[in-house]
Design a protein around this ligand. Structure first.
Ligand code: HEC
Length: 354
């Protein structure tokens, strides 16, 4: 039975492949457009010539497309938006002109493919995998960002507010340094409790997936409280389709005084990316399972977090995430609310492009 089906399946696949539209970029056309339309500002090799009269007249240096870090860190789709609608529409300067009346979408895709080929970026994780920051799931892409995360817990007797300020800085081709300051405000204290230092490393990637590993050491500000905690996680991100993204992370926490008091946390998040415009509201949903090593029966504690990502700037480099967390396993608290403010400082100053 099965054998008989095989040729049919293969034929169907072949038919599907033949019917698929030709998506391969036309690099000859991309090159011709680049040289006739873009090189006057960006230079023939993608590196702008600061001494050219045109560049001098702009008063701002056009992006250097021959720099592999710069070239890799923005998704091709974002470049298409900048080229089509101009720098201003995406929160950049007015001097990068809109080409929507001069070039078709196909021509823009070809010139972007050519622009992306100006330098070998294979050693850098691609900007396509710089996915939306979820609320609790760890992000895999190593990025330059400053994040404030506030968590308000609604529970009987006390409503603690935990604030975390994260400063994350890209290191080399695939690394990221992490510094986090944790502040707790509850019935008995309002103080800085921990300083966390860590490193994240992108392990594997393509334009459809990314996998990273990280290690973080949480140092208590008051060392009489505890000896600190070691955390380690794997984070994964993938594009399920052009408009759905999935991220997941597996995190282990080991208190230094007693590693067996630690816990494991498995998290997953999906986001619906319904528009190429960054300044939109994008819904998402996360599910978290926590498993304290000490739990006798190995029961997982589940929570669910409906949320929205709201792009604030025209280019989306400043964004807000609002989430509620609902306990599903009889936890001691009733509800949690999260506010996450993200500033991707590789894309410019906080006040740029509002
Ligand atoms: C009149 C000069 C000029 C022309 C023509 C021009 N650009 Fe630009 N381009 C700029 C400037 C200036 C910037 C930097 C804008 C900023 O950062 O404020 C820029 C930025 C960019 C960026 C960076 C976007 C980002 O994410 O930071 C890309 C990609 C780009 N241009 C591609 C192109 C392509 C492809 C063409 C031809 C179709 C082109 N440009 C034509 C001046 C120009």
């Amino acid at each position: 039975m099965f054998r008989k089906k095989c040729p049919c399946v293969m034929l169907a696949l072949l038919a599907a492949m033949l019917a698929a539209p030709a998506v391969a970029a036309d690099s000859a056309e991309g090159k011709a457009i680049f040289e006739s339309t873009c090189a006057v500002c960006h230079g023939m090799t993608g590196r702008p010539d600061p001494d050219s009269p045109v560049v001098k007249g702009l008063g701002v240096l056009p992006a250097d497309l021959s720099d592999p870090l710069f070239n890799s860190r923005e998704a091709a789709g974002d470049w298409e938006m900048v080229i089509k609608y101009g720098g201003h529409a995406m929160g950049l300067g007015q001097k990068m002109p809109a080409h929507k009346d001069a070039l078709t979408d196909g021509q823009i895709a070809n010139v972007v493919a050519y622009g992306k080929s100006l330098v070998d970026t294979s050693a850098y994780p691609p900007g396509e995998m710089n996915l939306f920051l979820p609320t609790r799931t760890k992000k895999a892409f190593p990025e330059d960002e400053v994040v404030y995360k506030g968590r308000y817990t609604d529970q009987a007797g006390d409503n603690p507010l935990k604030s975390v300020l994260e400063i994350e800085k890209r290191f080399g081709q695939r690394g990221q340094g992490i510094l986090e300051l944790v502040h707790v405000n509850d019935a008995v204290r309002s103080e800085l409790t921990d300083v966390e230092v860590g490193y994240k490393h992108a392990l594997s990637w393509s334009t459809e997936h990314i996998l990273s590993g990280a290690i973080i050491y949480a140092v208590p500000v008051d060392s009489s409280d505890s000896d600190g905690e070691l955390q380690t996680y794997l984070a994964y991100g993938t594009a399920l389709s052009p408009s759905w993204i999935l991220q997941s992370s597996l995190r282990l926490k080991f208190p230094m005084d007693k590693a067996s008091d630690g816990e494991m946390e498995l998290a997953g998040a999906i986001h619906y990316v319904h528009s190429p415009w960054p300044r939109r509201v994008f819904p998402g949903l996360e599910i978290i399972a926590e498993n304290p090593f000490r739990s006798r029966n190995g029961d997982l504690e589940w929570t669910v977090l409906p949320q929205v990502r709201i792009g604030l700037t025209r280019g989306g480099h400043v964004a807000l995430n609002l989430a509620v967390e609902l306990p599903l396993s009889g936890q001691s608290w009733d509800k949690r609310a999260y506010l996450t403010l993200l500033w991707d400082f590789a894309d410019g100053g906080f006040f740029k492009g509002w």
